[in-house]
Design a protein around this ligand. Structure first.
Ligand code: NDP
Length: 340
């Protein structure tokens, strides 16, 4: 058993507003030969996700903040290269929270390691459609928004990892789907994966224009809003909501880099008269849905009902650039970093 040398990324300083390359610092790392109870892993893929921006602030949240100078964490998939743990052997495929690096050694219990049986899916899918973003779409739509057949569903960030899965699950459940994304190419993809109506929000730069586009797409209103972006999209969704509509508040990426608190939707009073349900959620709360999710997702991928796009950056060197790309709309489907 030999030591492995590799590379990781740490925060050099806390970003202010939109993160920049010099907020990150590259560090050399060594993954030593594992001691008893440890495994040594070479990651093949790592994920960058919008929630990581929240962990770059020094504030209390549902996950603790990243510390300056410490290697960042996030989901990754890789193979065990050596094991001192009775439940793991060389060659096992594992997902873990030891991302932002290409090699690591540690205790599986401390790094949320899961040993993955052969699913027939590509390894990268374990970080996207069949991983955390996929479960977010599944739980958010089916449990949080209590989706019903025939609903009219509006989803923002619809060409991303979570959004594109939401579009397709809603179609599988025979709903009418309106997806919003930035740019013609992404809107074309939304049509291809089954969205009934698409809104290129970058062609509707003011609120009234966005609202007009949503009203046109849903003249009778919406039953469900799956919110990935917040801001004007949320306000337009409230305006177009039918009585008793349900909102799954999944994320508000339009505000993640704001340096000042952002105003709420001006029409929030409609929540009362229309008896709307706005429910925020964190995917880990719905971990018990994982077995059924994986079963359904594997079947949908197999029968062609679920397609998935990936935007792949090559090499650990590109990790910060991939992360910044999330806030520039550079990804279609899941943003991933392919490691050696
Ligand atoms: P995506 O794959 O959707 O990537 C981010 C996308 O957001 C970009 O490609 C871009 O698409 C869009 N975007 C970026 N900035 C803005 C902006 N200012 N206004 C509107 N759209 C913007 O990421 P995920 O699918 O991983 O995440 C989607 C959302 O779900 C995020 O808000 C994330 O925080 C949330 N999330 C929540 C979870 C939970 O447990 N609640 C778990 C996982 C994700 P475009 O080109 O269309 O603008």
């Amino acid at each position: 058993m030999a030591d492995l040398n590799g590379t990781g990324w740490a925060l050099a300083k806390r970003p202010v507003g939109m993160p920049k390359m010099d907020d990150f610092k590259k560090v050399d790392i060594t993954a030593p030969a594992p001691k008893e109870g440890e495994i040594q892993v070479r990651n093949s893929w790592m994920s960058v996700d919008p929630y990581m921006r929240g962990r770059m602030y020094d504030r209390e949240s549902y996950v603790p903040p990243f510390q300056i100078g410490e290697v960042l964490t996030g989901t990754a998939v890789g193979r065990v290269t050596a094991s001192g743990h009775p439940d793991y052997s060389e060659g096992d495929l594992v997902t873990s929270m030891a991302g932002w690096r290409d090699v690591w050694t540690g205790k599986p219990e401390e790094l949320m390691v899961n040993k993955i049986p052969d699913t027939g899916l590509p390894d990268s899918a374990l970080l996207g459609v069949a991983g955390m973003p996929g479960l977010t779409a599944y739980a958010g739509l089916l449990k949080v928004a209590e989706l019903k057949e025939g609903d009219t569903v509006f989803v923002s960030g619809a060409a991303g990892a979570v959004g594109s899965t939401v579009v397709q699950i809603a179609k599988i459940k025979n709903c009418t789907v309106i997806g919003s994304a930035g740019g013609e190419e992404k809107c074309k993809l939304l049509k291809e994966i089954g969205a009934d109506h698409v809104i290129d929000y970058k062609a509707h730069t003011d609120y009234e224009s966005l609202l007009g586009a949503l009203k046109k797409a849903a003249p009778k209103g919406i039953d469900v809003y799956f919110d990935n972006v917040g801001g004007d999209h949320l306000e337009a969704a409230i305006e177009c909501a039918r009585p008793m509509a349900r909102f799954a508040e999944c994320g508000m990426i339009s505000q993640y880099n704001a340096t000042e608190p952002q105003p709420g939707p001006r029409n929030i009073i409609q929540v009362v008269g229309k008896q709307l349900s706005l429910k925020g959620f964190i995917v880990s709360t719905y971990a018990d849905m994982q077995p059924q999710f994986l079963k359904d997702m594997a079947a949908w991928i197999k029968n062609g009902d679920m397609k998935f796009e990936e935007t792949v950056m090559e090499g650990i060197e590109t990790a910060p650039e991939a992360f910044l790309g999330l806030f520039q709309g550079r990804n279609t489907g899941k943003m991933l970093v392919k490691l050696a």
